[in-house]
Design a binder for this molecule. Structure first.
Ligand code: AMP
Ligand code: ZN
Length: 506
């Protein structure tokens, strides 16, 4: 007899795991903070979306349909999360000798291509920040009308004293280092207060700038996620995700805005979920450190993107995961072995694979495939594997254990090849490793060798950018050709052709 385990998810708000109950029993509404598209996403960023994808696939496994919104931050994210510094998009555009719009288009395309390569499901809605400026202005006006905002020379600021329990999510000491200092912005009332709308300096025109009741300027970073999550998912929705760095500032400020907007203590989402960091030997992987690893860099080394997905799944999403070439190479070896086992123990089967392509996968579907076939009663061993797989996922997405259940199922002599293929189809719908379609040969990528060191690459990139800024396209092309010959890719224009591929640390 097979029994389903209730899905338990860890909630950063309560700091404990609890049984998940959606607002609408059939449709889970979730929002994920998307990337800031001023550069290529690094592998740490991509871990955040493998986590969200696993969450979504697990919800499907448990029988829920999902509406999933992911945003693209193409304006507003400053060089410091604590509301200081310059806009990352504008800075990147200056450095590249391009417009901020060109930079955003290029890295949005690259990000989407990376997600495809990682077999991450497309969200129901991609919401782009700059397409929602009027919504943001209306939301900010409402906050102002509700008395939780004040105008100063720098723009419209959020008054954090006006909401209950400001910072509860972060559990931060009021004087914690993550809080912006009051002296940094003239007229700011509390250290935690943050910009809702940043007015452009009077003598400066920005590329990304809009008219507003508070003068020409741009939205603060936190505003977009409050606005777009509520626009598409309602004032109260189920789950909001992001990396653990967002728990300290960005999501704290989103919650404050949501509360001021709805004039309630409601945080907006019932569950706030955060993935832990991908770290390397020097600490948290971050774009600002430079020389960070991208998916393109892995592929250039002959590592298939799905090996990186497997690496992510082999750790619990709330644990730190240490990245190294050794770790990802071991994941590639494991993936090759797994694909080899599948070919032997559960080979392709047109009827099952056709059925699999049509299924909305759930634990129920995993069991029903046996019931549907009158001649095939559910073998007890199959039910046992389904239960153990279900229990692992239901335990706050325990993918490391789910992977061991998959291995055990494939090795179980009590199951025939067809039963294994059916279970594999269901399990992999939750894991997303594309095991029905991937053959060993697909995983053997030809590594390319980059022959320039990082300094030489930076110098050539600098020359190319200077040449482009001076409209000397022959010189710009020559620099690009030299980089290309050395195995360094750059991306240009709207179509993804080239990607800057920095050296990896071994
Ligand atoms: P960003 O492009 O900086 O806005 O970040 C996109 C997503 O990646 C956010 O959810 C971040 O919290 C997350 N993130 C950033 N760095 C890391 C890291 N090293 N490991 C895991 N997630 C990260
Ligand atoms: Zn966000």
């Amino acid at each position: 007899m097979s029994t389903a385990k209730p899905l338990t998810l860890y909630n950063s708000l309560t700091r404990e795991a609890a049984p998940f109950r959606p607002i609408d029993p059939d449709m889970v509404r979730l929002y994920s903070c998307g990337p800031t598209v001023y550069s290529a996403a690094h592998l740490g960023n991509l871990r955040a979306y493998v986590f969200t994808d696993t969450l979504r696939r697990t919800l499907n496994w448990k029988g829920y349909a999902t509406t999933h919104v992911v945003n693209i931050t193409d304006v507003g994210h400053l060089t410091s999360d604590a509301d200081a510094g310059d806009d990352k998009m504008e800075l990147a555009a200056q450095a590249a000798g391009e417009t901020a719009w060109e930079v955003a288009a290029r890295y949005t395309a690259l990000f989407k291509a990376d997600l495809k390569a990682l077999n991450v499901l497309d969200p129901s809605i991609w919401s782009v920040a700059t397409h929602h400026i009027q919504d943001m202005i209306a939301f900010a006006r409402a906050i102002e009308k509700h008395g939780a905002a004040y105008e100063i020379a720098g723009g419209l600021y959020f008054d954090t004293s006006k909401v209950p329990d400001y910072g509860f999510l972060a559990r931060a000491a009021p004087e914690g280092p993550e809080v912006g200092r009051i002296g940094e912005v003239q007229g700011k009332r509390q250290p935690h207060d943050f910009a809702i709308w940043r007015r452009s300096p009077p003598d400066e025109r920005r590329q990304m700038e809009w008219q507003s009741p508070w003068g020409p300027g741009a939205p603060g970073w936190h505003l977009e996620c409050s606005v777009m999550s509520m626009k598409y998912l309602g004032r109260r929705f189920d789950i909001h995700t992001g990396g653990i760095d967002h728990r300290e500032i960005h999501h704290v400020n989103e919650i404050a805005q949501n509360q001021a907007f709805t004039c309630s203590a409601d945080t907006g989402a019932n569950w706030w979920m955060h993935n832990n960091f991908l770290v390397d030997r020097t600490g948290k992987m971050s774009k600002s450190k430079g020389g960070v690893a991208t998916l393109g860099a892995l592929v250039a080394r002959g590592v298939h993107p799905l090996a990186y997905r497997l690496l992510c799944l082999s750790a619990h999403y709330r644990s730190e995961l240490e990245f190294s070439l050794d770790a990802v190479s071991a994941a590639l070896t494991r993936l090759k072995r797994l694909v080899g086992t599948v070919a032997k123990a559960a080979p392709a089967d047109a009827a099952i694979d056709g059925w699999a392509a049509e299924q909305r996968f759930s634990r129920g579907a995993a069991l029903d495939v046996f019931r549907d076939q009158s001649e095939c009663e559910l073998p007890p061993a199959a039910a046992d594997h389904v239960d153990r797989f279900d229990a692992a996922l239901a335990d706050d997405l325990n993918t490391p254990v789910a992977l061991t259940v998959l291995d055990a199922m494939l090795a179980d002599r009590r199951l025939d090849a067809r039963a294994k293929r059916r279970l594999l189809a269901s399990f992999d719908a939750a894991l997303g490793l594309d095991l029905l379609r991937t053959a060993r040969a697909d995983l053997s990528l030809r590594p390319e060798t980059a022959s320039l060191d990082a300094g030489a690459v930076e110098a050539l990139l600098g020359n190319r950018q200077a040449a482009r800024a001076a409209k000397d396209f022959a010189a710009a092309d020559a620099a690009r050709d030299r980089l290309g010959a050395a195995g360094v890719e750059i991306m240009d224009g709207d179509t993804v052709r080239w990607e800057w591929r920095p050296a990896l640390t071994d």
